[in-house]
Design a protein around this ligand. Sequence first.
Ligand code: EPZ
Length: 414
Amino acid sequence: MIISGGARLKGVVTISGAKNAILPILAASLLSESPLVLEGVPCLDDVKIMKDVLQELGVKVNFVGDMMEIDPSSINSTEVSPSLMRMMRASNLVMGALLGRFGRVRVSQPGGCTIGSRPMDLHLKSFIALGAEVAQNHGFIEAECARLEGTDLHLDFPSVGATENIMMAAAMAEGTTIIRNTAREPEIIELQNFLNKLGARIKGAGLDVIRIDGVPKLGREIAYRVIPDRIETGTFMVAAAVTRGDVLIRNTIPEHVEPVTAKLREAGIDVQEKDDWIHVRGVDRWNSLDVRTMPFPGFPTDMQAQMMVFLSLARGTSIITENIFENRFQHVGELRRMGAQIRVEGRSAVVEGVQSLTGAVVESTDLRAGAALVLGGLASDNTTVVEGLQHIDRGYEKLESKLRLLGAKVRREA
Ligand code: EPZ
């Protein structure tokens, strides 16, 4: 992606459907005996991979525009191929649904990725507590159980994926399952709403205890609209701030990005919000501040890299502490190539604000690092080349055309 930086972003941008809401919902559709329709589905590479996973399992999927018709009544497998598993770790979200509905699942151990080892111990420990036999060998994970039994679970860490996998496994288990210390992300609430529309009986999502009363089967011919993407929203909020622009962000849910709004306001950025829009007006210089990533409703780890670009241009020194992933500072080296003054000390990055960044050729290492480098390019006073767009295409729909509509000078070259 080639970016001629310096333009103040101005205008209106519309947010697409949430990647981290649609992925668990696609997995959860495996529980349904009836066809269903999803609306507001973003056209992302990760969504296409999950579609391939469902089709490999025998599900009929028709993806046209932002609508996806899914017919899970012809599922004929409970195994996901290693090649698909390796392409996207979130494929592991099919485990809970396949185990819960068919009593067995076989997947390859999901690869880690650059931001961390990403173990599945909390998922597997919970499946065992629900009565499943779990075996891990030769790089495969197998789980079997004729009928899962509801139980009382406590998560060592409020893992998003583990919470989601347990909700799906327990939806058709015998009796009641209680999950304590659950993730509280908005996407967990969406999964509860989706499953309940299919006939599940789940309560408490969004708080830290979720109760699931198992039902014998799931399936209603429903249509479900995916919520807007809070991380795409936050990314455009920071884009407006670092370019000293004036951007109206539409089709979003302000309370889902409250931690980002709070930090931008603390730095001196003018953020107005109402109903389904957020208006961000940049200022010439802003203040440094400290950020600690935490599970929702704390500051989201998926906005850490973007915030680092913002703080690289602040007045003074900021400290960013990454508490969720053990290796999520890959973007630091690339930002330094653009003139940022950052040094990493363990889980923290110390960011000395500079007057401006300068364009460079930089490499995306993961989805949000890539997005941060684009923001760096937009804020720089000359040309930046961002390579490794396959990472960005996993989680941002039509990024450069949305940015061009806001006045950015950006183009993609094969
Ligand atoms: C989800 O990943 C998101 N992905 C991630 O977004 C996001 O960064 C993460 O939640 C945290 O908010 C999707 O929703 C598809 P976790 P997930 O389980 O579920 C450790 C993006 O950019 N852990 O909450 O994998 C784990 O290693 C992506 O959109 C265990 O130790 O996150 C990590 O350090 C990146 N054992 C921490 O918990 C387990 O069994 C948080 O992981 C599970 C997790």
